[in-house]
Design a protein around this ligand. Structure first.
Ligand code: C2E
Ligand code: CA
Ligand code: CA
Length: 913
């Protein structure tokens, strides 16, 4: 925008707004009001030649009835005629016959007798509706009357504000033209047709002389009163309802209005100044303003005031002295616009920003008020003495009062623990603390934040009170979740650790039980985890209920539970509790429509006898539990000595697991020699393990460990597969001997085991009759029926079966008969003292005869010396195995060994070490 345009921009905007507003007619009501104000100021009662013969209340009373007979009007006319007026107007409707032809005739006759002056009768427009259409018809006096009288239009029409402001002096109806009453009375012909001329309401209704109709009729009014005057006869009595709303004078009788219109016409009508005058005035004002618009706001206000006064005076003067109507609404609007623009322009940036800041402050204030009342935290303002000045609705609700009822009460009454801390200067210090509030619902935990109001001379303090009941509840739930097992709802390891940590140092006595379920793994494996969970839930509940009140039960992992007796209890009492727990464990559990029987092992550790702290106590109870498990004794107290072994065992178990995963184990083979001819007829596979840290570990040590865990499965799988592979290689070199592998009791309860072995044999194309499984008596007697089933699947397919370590366990011959055995291995302990021990010899002899009667081959184990071999051969023993023939050796060594001795006679070498 060019600078010159920008310079005059405010003026242009003002003029444009003023033009648009007034062109849209929005200023018309203002203009009318201003006009009326001026008119009112100029109203005066200057004398007029109009005399109104008023049909007033007195006349109605005197003449008794209404409407009067037209004879009355005839009489009045005659009376007026005598006074020689200059004109007469009857504002009475003579358009229809009165019903009294004589009276009508009398009036017509009276009219015909009048001389030299006009008598005017009214004609008026009436709306006539025909169907939906409304048309205007002209109602004229009876022709008999108009024959000797003039006719004038009395119709007047109110403006948009309902007031009559102007009059039409000339109108047409069909081919005929009609003048208004005023024009007819004044004898004016020059007025334009259809144009509304303003009525001059400066002429007061008091300007006219009023005489009562009845008084005129009765001759009480002298002729002089009418001589040369314009006489208007019409109703002024309110009861006749002929009142017209007009500006300035409110409502005036129709006849008075006609008189006013007439007087306006006679005196000279005010003429409205045309548009150019408005534009000129407005333009001039804006021009003047443009000269001072850069001045201060005071100058602007002064300019506006002067302009308004000048404009008012000018318009008054023009109206009063020259009958000119100057429109002032548009110029006044432009003054207002100028003032507004002037102030805005003159206000400097600082003033404006101060104004904006004030608005912002107001907003901020209402925002703070909003936050205060909407806050869900209680907000309390207290004075320096701690008395409540103000509370928000949340605080009032918390304390059970209302804003006013709480006022001036000490806040400590509601929050007893609240103490305001003050610094050296005595001002309250900010603080945040958790306290208890007194509420109608009882004590309630609250978080209280105290903060002094900054720079407040009264030392007011804001206290925010937050109800933390819900938060505490949530925290309690979380705490419970963190310290309890969701499945059994028992406290968990976290809580147990916490309680153990709090055991009184050294002094108090306590006992911790560790319970591990036996057989739970197979429940999980065979019936699924959902059933496993159900079993744990039932057991958890059952055990908790069976324990004394002061003894707590925990679930600390899979199928491991702990029991804490946090008081002194005698050895016997602890044992009794433990046995009671085991009894409840052994009671059948029904889950998934199956009745299950479980067992358990409990280890008990005492505090502080066995351990000085919680961590150690847990470990001790664990060790004791493992002892109970391996001894199958049910309950064991911790024993430091066993623990040393146990520790090593734990270490060994995890090392074995790693070794098995990485196939760090190996196998060796110990030959079995047919005593008769010294031929090698088979080998026994023996596993070997050398741990990097533990060194070489004996199978006597790690095999039982593996049997105690699930590690026995991979161990057997490993031995078997190595043995089969080696045997395949031997066969390729023409060595076909029986291959014996040791089995553990665990496998005999596992139905899948047989399948696995048969598949392995099939995969390597090994004849099942080549494989011999060595099983101890004890293993067979664990679950005889189940073992028989598993083994029969194998023996049915031709796999051989040997009883290992015979004589060390207890087995029933009757049972052994059912097993399809092939071999019986007499344990080393019966061999080692041969040939010296007569007793052992007897045992060996009877075993040999019993075995042979059952068609079993007999192997003597641990044959170390030649004389042993000789004796055994003599007694009829079939096979010998022992260091005397060969120590266990790797697969390749066995090949050399076998080939070296193949065709020779049995030769025993004496073994040293
Ligand atoms: P076992 O089945 O009775 O195996 C024979 C054990 O006696 C072997 O000990 C063997 O080295 C040893 N032995 C052989 N001849 C003599 C001898 O003349 N004098 C003496 N003093 N000992 C002799 P090893 O290899 O230490 O095995 C010990 C036990 O470990 C085995 O007893 C067996 O019960 C178990 N075992 C070894 N390997 C395996 C295996 O692969 N699987 C399973 N389940 N158990 C195994
Ligand atoms: Ca064996
Ligand atoms: Ca053996």
């Amino acid at each position: 925008m060019s600078p010159s345009i920008r310079r005059v921009l405010p003026e242009c905007i003002i003029l444009a707004v003023a033009a648009i507003v007034s062109a849209a007619g929005l200023l018309a009501p203002v203009e009318r009001q201003l006009d009326d104000m001026r008119t009112r100021a100029l109203t005066g009662g200057s004398p007029s030649d109009v005399v109104i013969v008023a049909i007033d209340a007195q006349s109605l009373k005197d003449l008794n009835r209404w409407p009067w007979s037209r004879q009355v009007h005839a009489a009045l006319l005659e009376r007026l005629d005598a006074a020689a007026p200059s004109a007469v107007f009857f504002d009475i409707d003579f358009s229809v016959p009165s019903g009294d032809p004589d009276a009508d005739a009398a009036l017509a006759a009276a009219l015909s007798r009048t001389r030299d002056y006009p008598v005017i009768l009214p004609a008026f427009w009436q709306n006539v509706s025909a169907g939906r259409q409304v048309s205007r018809v002209l109602t004229e006096p009876l022709p008999a009357l108009t024959a000797n009288a003039g006719v004038g239009l009395v119709s007047i029409f109110p403006g948009p504000d309902g007031l009559v402001r102007d009059a039409v002096h000339r109108d047409r109806f069909g081919s005929r033209a009609y003048r208004s009453i005023a024009a007819a009375l004044a004898g004016r012909q020059d007025l334009e047709s259809g144009v509304a001329y303003p009525i001059d309401f400066r002429i007061s209704p008091d300007s006219f002389e009023y005489v009562s109709y009845s008084e005129v009729l009765s001759g009480q009014v002298a002729d002089r009163a009418f001589h040369g005057k314009t006489v208007m006869v019409g109703a002024t009595a309110v009861e006749l309802g002929d009142n017209v709303p007009v500006p300035v004078h409110r409502a005036i009788p129709g006849v008075t209005l006609q008189a006013t219109i007439y007087e306006t016409l006679v005196r000279g009508m005010p003429s409205p100044l045309a548009w150019p005058a408005t534009i000129g005035t407005t333009g001039l004002l804006v021009l003047c303003w443009s000269l001072i618009r850069h001045r201060s706001w005071r100058v602007q206000v002064g300019f506006a005031a002067v302009t308004v006064v000048a404009l008012a005076n000018l318009s008054l003067y023009l109206h009063g002295a020259h009958d000119l109507l100057l429109p002032t609404a548009t110029p006044l609007l432009s003054v207002v616009l100028c003032l507004f623009c002037g102030i805005v322009l003159s206000a400097n940036r600082q003033t404006l920003s101060a104004l904006l800041a004030a608005i912002r402050l107001k907003r901020q204030e209402s925002l703070i008020t909003g936050v205060f009342s909407a806050s869900i935290d209680g907000i309390v303002v207290i004075d320096a003495d701690g008395r409540i000045c103000e509370t928000n609705p949340a605080a009032a609700e918390l304390f059970g009062g209302t804003g006013t009822s709480l006022q001036a009460r000490p806040l400590r009454h509601f929050i007893p623990g609240l103490k305001l801390r003050r610094d050296a200067a005595g001002s309250v210090r900010a603080q945040r603390l958790e306290l208890r509030a007194t509420t109608p619902d009882g004590p309630c935990p609250v978080e209280v934040s105290v903060s002094p109001a900054n720079d407040d001379p009264r030392g007011l303090v804001t206290v925010i009170v937050r109800d933390v009941r819900e938060r505490h509840r949530q925290q309690a739930v979380l705490r419970h979740q963190a310290t309890h097992d969701p499945l059994t709802r028992l406290p968990n390891r976290t809580l147990l650790n916490r309680l153990l940590d709090r055991l009184p140092q050294g002094a108090g006595r306590a006992a911790l039980f560790m319970l591990d379920l036996d057989g739970f793994k197979s429940v999980n494996d065979t019936l699924g985890h959902a059933t496993g969970d159900e079993v744990l839930r039932i057991l958890g509940k059952r055990l908790r209920e069976s324990l004394p009140e002061d003894v707590r039960m925990f679930r600390i992992g899979g199928d491991e539970f702990a029991v804490l007796v946090a008081r002194h209890a005698s050895h016997d009492e602890l044992l009794r509790i433990a046995r009671q727990v085991l009894e409840r464990v052994r009671e059948p559990v029904t889950a998934a429509d199956t009745s299950l029987e479980l067992g358990g092992s409990i280890g008990i550790a005492l505090y502080p006898a066995h351990a000085k702290n919680g961590v150690e106590l847990l470990k001790c109870a664990d060790v004791a539990m493992y002892t109970a498990k391996s001894r199958r004794s049910g309950v064991e107290f911790y024993d430091a000595e066993t623990d040393n072994n146990t520790l090593r065992n734990l270490q060994m178990t995890s090392a074995l697991r790693v070794a098995l995963e990485n196939e760090q184990l190996s196998v060796v083979y110990q030959p079995k020699v047919r005593l008769r001819d010294g031929m090698c007829c088979g080998v026994e596979t023996l596993v070997r393990w050398t741990d990097p840290e533990l060194g070489p570990v004996s199978p006597d040590e790690f095999v039982p460990l593996a049997e105690g865990t699930e590690l026995i499965n991979p161990l057997t799988r490993f031995t078997l597969s190595r043995a089969i592979k080696d045997h395949t290689r031997w066969c390729a070199r023409g060595i076909d001997v029986t291959l014996a592998v040791n089995l553990s009791a665990r496998h005999l309860t596992d139905a899948t085991f047989a399948t696995e072995i048969l598949r392995s044999l099939h995969n390597h194309g090994l004849n099942p009759g080549t494989l011999e499984l060595e099983i101890t008596e004890t293993a067979l007697m664990d679950e005889p029926e189940r073992a028989r089933k598993v083994l029969s699947r194998l023996t049915d397919r031709g796999v051989r079966l040997a009883i290992d370590d015979f004589g060390t366990g207890f087995s029933s011959l009757a049972y052994l008969k059912h097993l399809n055995l092939n071999t019986l291995k007499i344990d080393r302990c019966y061999i080692q003292d041969l040939p010296g021990s007569g007793n052992d010899r007897k045992i060996v002899e009877s075993t040999l005869s019993m075995a042979h009667s059952l068609d079993l081959e007999v192997v003597a184990e641990g044959v170390e010396r030649p004389e042993q071999a000789a004796l055994l051969n003599e007694l009829g023993c079939d096979i010998g195995q022992g260091y005397g023939f060969a120590k266990p050796m790797p697969a390749d060594d066995f090949v050399s060994w076998f080939q070296a001795r193949a065709p020779r006679r049995p030769a025993l070498r004496t073994v040293s070490g």
